[in-house]
Design a binder for this molecule. Structure first.
Ligand SMILES: *Cc1c(COP(=O)(O)O)cnc(C)c1O
Length: 359
């Protein structure tokens, strides 16, 4: 049972061309509390509002917090679709296990998600490329400074209408290869979508931005040679006509877009090699003209082509800095499934019945 308290003070919705990413939030949010004696309890949808926490809440001191990110898409047929939401909930629970946060009931979270989308259905934008970004997160609330897992938590879902990632069409980006700092190490928490992993990247990201690059490419922590991810995206390469991506080593986030792309390519008869890929191999292939394409993958951009790398001062132009043919084909196929213009033969899409709430 979800208790619903509707807002009596609905917000003015922003113009769809001004949405950007994560700047505006819908009228409501979902909340669920945890206590070691009661388990998860008190499921409720309430007006979007600030939350009050004790300054000793463990999340501030020891970082026990996990988040997820997925989207609801409004198709040209006015139907609302979620893309593989069960995969996000399963990943959240894997992250929870790693960070000693109690697991959530997948059915309860999915039901909460659908109800919240129904309550705020009018917030799902309709312009091409726009969507409703959904951010579930969980954090430790127990006000005790002892260095041990919290006995109290809160789980919240907030939602934000977001603009088209590529308002001027899909475009390659320039990427700075970070050879000093690392994002995560094998055996650590790189596989978990936990807050500290992101704070750890901001310094390099800032340096890269100042040098004119959009994002950072991360290398492995032991040898600073093997490619891991790009920003908060997984990464794929086409070398000599073959597609490869770094194998999930434990320090790489297992992207749902990554897994979808591997399955899509398999359905087209293109096998993806999941293996270690060194930056030396990449540069050698690049210098010899065998590196045909590089692209990042993630929920926000879906596919983000990489037109240029810079590693230890050496610039490498990839595919004449143009969007590769495979990247474009994958982008069209995945977004087509998400917006309902391409048949979903994989069972990835979950339609949410909110027609009544839309009018
Ligand atoms: C979320 C995330 C991704 C992409 O995952 P998707 O499920 O495809 O959105 C990749 N790398 C990192 C570090 C991430 O946090």
């Amino acid at each position: 049972m979800i208790h619903i308290e509707r807002s009596t003070n609905l917000k003015v919705k922003p113009a769809q061309e001004k949405l950007g990413f994560g700047q505006y939030f819908t009228d409501h949010m979902f909340m669920l509390d945890y206590d070691v004696t009661k388990g998860w309890h008190d499921a409720r949808i309430v007006p979007y509002q600030p939350i009050t926490l004790d300054p000793a809440a463990k999340v501030f001191h020891y970082g026990q917090t996990i988040f997820e990110g997925l989207k609801a898409y409004r198709g040209g047929d006015s139907r609302i679709r979620l893309f593989r939401p069960e995969a996000n909930i399963a990943r959240m629970n894997r992250s929870n296990v790693r960070m000693s946060v109690p697991q959530l009931d997948s059915d309860q979270v999915l039901a909460a998600l659908e109800k919240l989308i129904e309550v705020d259905a009018k917030w799902i934008p309709s312009e091409p490329g726009t969507s409703l970004y959904i951010r579930p997160f969980v954090f430790a609330t127990q006000p005790v400074l002892g260095v041990a897992p919290s006995e109290q938590y809160q789980f919240i879902i907030i939602m934000s209408p977001v603009g088209a990632y590529y308002p001027e069409g899909i475009n390659p980006v320039r990427i700075f290869v970070e050879s000093e700092h690392v994002r995560a190490s094998v055996g650590g928490v790189g596989e978990a979508k936990t807050a500290g992993n992101y704070a750890a990247t901001f310094m390099s990201q800032q340096t890269a931005k100042e040098a004119g690059y959009t994002q950072v490419m991360w290398l492995d922590s032991a040898q600073h040679r093997f490619i891991e991810e790009v920003g908060s995206m997984n990464v794929f390469f086409r070398i000599d006509g073959k597609v490869c991506t770094p194998a999930l080593s434990g320090s790489i986030l297992a992207g749902i877009t990554r897994s979808s792309i591997i399955q899509l390519l398999a359905s087209w008869g293109i096998a993806v090699e999941e293996r270690t890929i060194s930056i030396e191999e990449l540069y050698e292939a690049g210098r010899e003209g065998r590196l045909e394409e590089a692209f990042g993958t993630g929920t926000a951009a879906v596919v983000s082509p990489i037109g240029e790398l810079c590693w230890q001062g050496e610039r490498l132009i990839i595919g004449e800095s143009r969007t590769g043919e495979l990247a474009k084909r994958l982008y069209d196929a995945l977004t087509g499934i998400q917006y309902g213009t391409v048949e979903d033969t994989f069972g990835w899409v979950k339609a949410v019945d909110v027609q009544a709430a839309l009018v």
